[in-house]
Design a protein around this ligand. Structure first.
Ligand code: HEC
Length: 319
């Protein structure tokens, strides 16, 4: 009896502790301006918790009352000098288990024994266990329902239709996003470098978080190659740098960053890498790969350099 009392006190303590902890967290959630939904979830969680605890306490009380009654019966039996016999009751679990299996007890096996003998191996004619049959009937019923709702009166879409619907939805979303101009989209097959200072500085922070450990903060190289020289293992034009970062180099520690970074981030970091080319790092790694020829310059760059030449001639003329 004493231990039961102790247990109840223990349970009640836990109950109040959880309850007070819950209300504290609810208050902080409110304070930090969490959305209404989170608050409702917390409150609902608390209500559930309280309900479970009440149930646990109720079960405990029933157990306590039962044990008190049993004790009194025992005392009464002792007073009358009768031997108290505890009735052996099957637990609900044993009952369910028996119902589900309905296996023949070993003592009664002779009743289901078939009368043939294969080299000493005998066969019992056991029926299939009820749980197995129930499962089988269930699958039959489900298959009929499935056939009906997917093929006879097709109220649910089949995989192909579902795929088409998802695609349509995605296209709509893409169109609406493009129309609002709130997201930048990048054509990964033809990425354009950016010279916008905000893009370059976002590229720099991407580089400092993800790439610095192998390529050094100034791009001088380490585990990975030097990114400041004009020698490239996988090509020095923008598309090649973008691709190397996007796809990685399999078999090396240069992973496919498309799984980590967004296309815009890859565009930014690749643009940032291009600004490193020609700088002098503190500990430059020896050049690797092939020299990237300026003749491979993009049309834009060629035009830009043509412009510079033109301006120079202009200024020469004015002088
Ligand atoms: C765990 C080390 C590691 C990290 C982190 C890493 N790289 Fe690399 N990177 C390498 C290695 C190694 C190579 C050379 C692969 C080879 O041998 O072909 C490489 C190659 C490259 C190349 C091609 C160089 C060339 O010569 O063609 C570029 C560009 C590059 N990395 C950019 C990045 C960027 C951008 C990041 C961060 C988003 C990054 N790397 C993060 C290890 C790394």
């Amino acid at each position: 009896m004493k231990t039961i009392n102790k247990n109840i006190i223990y349970l009640l303590t836990i109950f109040f502790l959880t309850f007070s902890a819950g209300s504290v967290s609810a208050q902080t959630a409110e304070g930090s301006g969490t959305s209404q939904e989170t608050l409702i979830m917390i409150v609902m969680g608390l209500v559930l918790l309280v309900a479970i605890l009440v149930l646990v306490v109720a079960i405990y009380m029933v157990m306590v009352i039962k044990s008190i009654l049993k004790r009194e019966e025992k005392i009464a039996a002792m007073e009358k000098g009768i031997k108290y016999i505890e009735e052996e009751k099957e637990s609900w679990w044993t009952r369910i288990n028996n119902k589900l299996n309905r296996s023949v007890p070993v003592e009664e096996e002779s009743e289901v024994l078939l009368d043939h003998d294969y080299d000493g191996i005998k066969e019992l004619d056991n029926h299939l266990p009820p749980w197995w049959k129930a499962l089988f009937y269930f699958t039959v019923i489900v298959s009929v329902i499935y056939l009906f709702v997917y093929h006879v009166i097709p109220i649910f879409p089949l995989q192909e239709e579902e795929y088409a619907m998802e695609l349509e939805k995605a296209e709509e979303l893409q169109a609406s996003l493009a129309a609002s101009g709130s997201v930048e989209t990048i054509d990964i097959n033809n990425p354009e470098p950016s010279d916008d200072p905000t893009d370059i500085s976002s590229g720099q922070s991407v580089f400092n978080i993800n790439c610095l450990s192998c390529h050094a903060a100034d791009g001088g190289g380490g585990i990975g190659p030097n990114l400041t020289d004009n020698y490239w293992l996988h090509g020095g034009d923008f598309q090649s740098i973008f691709d190397t970062v996007h796809e990685g180099v399999s078999g090396t520690s240069m992973i496919a960053w498309k799984n980590v970074l967004t296309p815009v981030q890859i565009r930014d970091v690749s643009s940032y890498i291009q600004t490193l080319v020609g700088t002098t790092p503190a500990n430059p790694k020896a050049p690797e790969g092939e020299l990237y020829e300026p003749s491979e310059m993009s049309v834009d760059q060629v035009e830009a350099s043509a412009d510079t030449v033109a301006t120079e001639t202009d200024s020469l003329q004015t002088n």
